[in-house]
Each structure stands twice: as structure tokens, then as C-alpha cells.
Design a protein around this ligand. Structure first.
Ligand code: PNW
Length: 468
């Protein structure tokens, strides 16, 4: 079956980096093997009531044991790049001190397999699995965690830097700070706005210090960070709704974009957060470190936030009910528009990807941009050994058209990573949400490429889509 209609092609620039992404805790399993110690996600997922059906990443996709076959699958799908994260407690148990050679060896073998199949490795240093010992010492709200992260970055870069060109420090620091320490929906499950604000700062400080460490390292590296960005739209043109949008844009986007790419916190955000934090944790020189020049910026895009002014006495909407992940702006209302949603209940909004990429380029930076994650969860069913997922395929198609449009508008977009290569542990949702292009049967660990994966392989082969 020809999954792409014939016709004139919507081509991407030559050399466009087509890939798929995963994260260590979501796929590896082998949580206690090879000298790995616990991360905050082990502790969190093993705590009653934290994840759906008490699911944990103990086994996940068993990728730790199935890595060579998984790389062969990537090669079959024609991936040009694979974005994965390093498990900090696997390579530096406890989060400080010497490397664990057995842990590093797993990633050396992974990188070797990828290169042997012509797949460019793309390393994320931190995708949320802080060693539990560092959490016990204060976690990201504690300043010292930033220095520990830079040491860890050096250790990984020493081991893999001869073969890995692309490095990103943090994945989605908004989630680490505001879901981990604000709402408590993510590990470590603490909920205090003041801690979330401190965590966000120290995550960015760790990013800056790690960037400097990678630059000072023995090997050349292209260094960036991955942010999850959202267009934030007011529900109406009322001044109250405009103020709600300004506030949520501040917390979701500008809290990270402005320090990292402009070297300062936005004044209005600092004012909004006044009741929560006096920013006394920010020291002289921090913002210079945080804004250490980068080589690229990664954008994770899923959906748009549509917001409205608070209504007196009304409860906050969406699944971030109390405690809120929006400190200081808890009563802003998140509005649903009734447009189609994914299985996460996230509204499908491909034009938002064009807006987001254009904004980063036009307001913040000329650096090369990469979509480091984009994808959707839908309920999948296996029929006669096959998984037909037209909704996911349509989501990818719409967002790739948006990516193409952004390039046409002048955005230096250099690559796109589908989230995710395969179904995996979707954090607080456990295994109940499937984002994969490849279906995973968690009983047999059988992998079944869904029709979206076959379609994506054809997109990569043609370096584009059929015109519509
Ligand atoms: C991202 N939110 O997580 C992560 O980078 C992935 O590990 C994850 O699997 C993927 O997106 C799908 O969720 C997010 O509540 C989790 O706004 C939560 C939110 C955003 C991103």
C-alpha cells in the first residue's frame, strides 16, 4: 500500500534530520541492574497513589536488554537520528563520585549500534531521573544540584563525546520544576510554589554550567536545551483574558526562554511571582551562566493553552487541579474549545507549532531549531497482528506540514523527532497512554510498527510529504 498519495512533493531541506525520541526511564527497565541506583522516578512510582494503577518503570519496554533489536527496528524504519536520554543513576550511581563503567558501557554499545546503522545519536543528559540521593540532599530547589549536574555532564561527555555530536542538557525543565515541585504530579511529588521557582532556576543554572563543561571538554559538541513551549491564547479579547494569557505565557515559556536566550527574567513574571518567591536564590552571575551561548534550541510541541481570567470562587480546570503547577496564577482558567483532542485530552493544534517555532526564531534567536518531540497518544488495538493508527498518522502529517510552513517562513528548522519511537511509561499515566509509532505488547515485549511508523519511514525516504 502506498501510504503517501502520489503528486508533487512537499520537500524538506536536504540533510533534514529525521528522527524519533525516547527517554531512559520510560523505556529501559532494568531498574536495579548493572549498578544502577534509584532515581526520583523509582521512588515516586513505587509510592502509593502516585501513578495510574501503581505502574512503575521497573521493566518498561525492557530496552536495556533488547537494545540491539530496537536499533535494528530504527534502521528498518529509516531513522536518520535517534534521541535518547542517559539515566544519571545508571552511569553515576547516587549522583556524585566516580562513573559506573557498566552503566556507561550500555550507552557506548547503544551509540556503537546506532553508528553502525548510520543513525545519528542525539543525547539528552537529563530527562527527569534525578538520583534519589540528590533529592534527599534537597533536589533541584538546592543550588548544589546544579554543580552535581555539571560534573555528571562532564563524565558522560568524556565517555561518549568522541562519537556523539549532538547534546542537549535538560528535557523540559518546566515539567521538572512545576510538575515535580509545584503540583507534585511528577517526581519527586513535592508541592510548593517557592520550591518550584527555585528548582526552575537551579535547573537552568545546571544547564549553563553543563554547557560550559561540555565546551571545555575533550571533544567537540553541539550543545542545546529542549524546552516544551506552548502558544498561549486568551479565550476572548477582554483585558482580563489577555492578562491571564500573559501570566501563563510567563510561567510556561518566558520563565525559561528569557534567562537562557536573553540572560534575564521577565519583569512581569517576577512581579506575578512576587507572592510566591522573592528570587533571593538568584546570585550575581547566575544569569550570565544560564545564558551561555548555545549551538541549537530544541522545541517540544504538543498543544496550545487557551486561558481566561479567573471566575470568583471557581476551581482551576484540567488535570492540574490543586495543588496547581501555576504558582501565583493558580486561578487562571484553562478553557477547552471543543476541537478534537488526543487520548491525553490535549487539543490538536498544528498551527500552534508554526506559531511556536516562528516566535522562538523571530523573538529570541537565530540558532538552528529542532523539534525534539512532537506526537500524540491514541488508543491502539492490535487486529490480526497489525495496529492501524490513522489518528496518530494524521497528527504527524498535520504537524509536519506545519514544520514545513515554518521553514517557508524563514525558521532555521533543521530536524524533527517524533515522540515516541515506541509506546512507553507515560510518567504519572503509566502504560495507559500510548505515544509510540511502534506498538509494545507489555506481556510479550513484542514490537509492532503501527501504520504511522510505516508512513513515517516513507516520509523519511522521500524527505517530505505529498502535496495536498
Ligand atoms: C513530555 N504537561 O512530557 C516529555 O518530554 C515526554 O517524556 C512525555 O512522554 C511526552 O511529553 C508526552 O507527555 C510532558 O502536563 C508531560 O504539560 C506533561 C506535560 C507536558 C509534557
Amino acid at each position: 500500500v502506498d501510504l503517501l498519495e502520489q503528486g508533487p512533493a512537499l520537500l524538506f531541506p536536504p540533510g533534514f534530520l529525521w528522527g524519533a525520541a525516547t527517554a531512559a526511564y520510560q523505556i529501559e527497565g532494568a531498574a536495579t541492574e548493572g549498578g544502577r541506583t534509584a532515581s526520583i522516578w523509582d521512588t515516586f512510582s513505587h509510592t502509593d497513589g502516585r501513578t495510574v494503577s501503581a505502574h512503575t518503570g521497573d521493566v518498561a519496554c525492557d530496552h536495556y536488554h533488547r537494545m540491539p533489536a530496537d536499533v535494528r527496528l530504527m534502521a528498518e524504519l529509516g531513522l536518520r537520528s535517534y534521541r535518547f536520554s542517559i539515566s544519571w543513576p545508571r552511569v553515576q550511581p547516587g549522583g556524585s563520585g566516580p562513573a559506573n563503567p557498566e552503566g556507561l558501557d550500555f550507552y557506548r554499545r547503544l551509540v556503537d549500534e546506532l553508528l553502525a546503522h548510520g543513525i545519528e545519536p542525539w543525547v539528552t543528559l537529563y530527562h527527569w531521573d534525578l538520583p534519589q540521593e540528590l533529592e534527599d540532599a534537597g533536589g533541584w530547589p538546592a543550588r548544589d544540584t546544579a554543580s552535581r549536574f555539571a560534573d555528571y555532564a562532564t563524565l558522560v561527555h568524556d565517555a561518549l563525546g568522541d562519537r556523539v555530536r549532538y547534546w542537549t542538557t535538560l528535557n523540559e525543565p518546566w515539567c521538572s520544576a512545576f510538575l515535580g515541585y509545584g503540583s507534585g504530579a511528577h517526581a519527586p511529588g513535592r508541592s510548593a510554589g517557592i520550591e518550584a521557582v527555585r528548582a526552575g532556576h537551579h535547573l537552568m543554572l545546571g544547564h549553563g554550567l553543563a554547557t560550559q563543561a561540555l565546551r571545555a571538554g575533550r571533544h567537540a559538541a553541539e550543545v542545546g536545551v529542549t524546552l516544551n513551549l506552548y502558544p498561549v491564547t486568551p479565550a476572548s479579547d477582554s483585558p482580563g483574558d489577555a492578562d491571564a494569557a500573559r501570566r501563563i505565557d510567563g510561567l510556561a515559556n518566558r520563565f525559561f526562554l528569557d534567562p537562557i536566550l536573553r540572560g534575564r527574567y521577565p519583569a512581569d513574571l517576577v512581579a506575578d511571582l512576587g507572592p510566591v518567591s522573592d528570587f533571593g536564590h538568584v546570585r550575581e552571575g547566575d544569569l550570565a551562566t544560564i545564558s551561555t551561548p548555545l549551538d541549537l534550541v530544541g522545541v517540544n510541541y504538543y498543544s496550545r493553552h487557551v486561558v481566561a481570567a479567573p471566575i470568583e470562587g471557581a476551581a482551576p480546570e484540567k488535570y492540574w487541579r490543586a495543588p496547581s503547577c501555576w504558582p501565583g496564577s493558580e486561578s487562571v482558567r484553562f478553557v477547552t474549545r471543543g476541537v478534537p483532542v488526543t487520548d491525553m485530552d490535549w487539543e490538536i493544534d498544528a498551527p500552534g507549532l508554526v506559531e511556536t517555532l516562528r516566535r522562538v526564531h523571530e523573538e529570541y534567536t537565530d540558532l538552528p531549531l529542532y523539534v525534539t518531540e512532537n506526537g500524540s497518544a491514541f488508543v491502539d488495538t492490535v487486529v490480526d497482528g497489525r495496529v492501524h493508527d490513522p489518528d496518530r498518522l494524521a497528527y504527524f502529517d498535520a504537524h509536519l506540514r506545519a514544520a514545513h510552513e515554518a521553514i517557508g517562513a524563514g525558521v532555521p528548522l533543521r530536524g524533527y523527532f517524533a515522540w515516541s519511537l515506541m509506546d512507553n511509561f507515560e510518567w504519572a499515566w503509566g502504560y495507559t497512554k500510548r505515544f509510540g509509532m511502534v506498538y509494545v505488547d507489555y506481556d510479550s515485549q513484542l514490537r509492532i510498527p503501527k501504520s504511522s511508523a510505516r508512513w513515517y519511514a516513507e516520509v523519511i525516504r522521500r524527505n517530505g510529504l505529498a502535496a495536498q
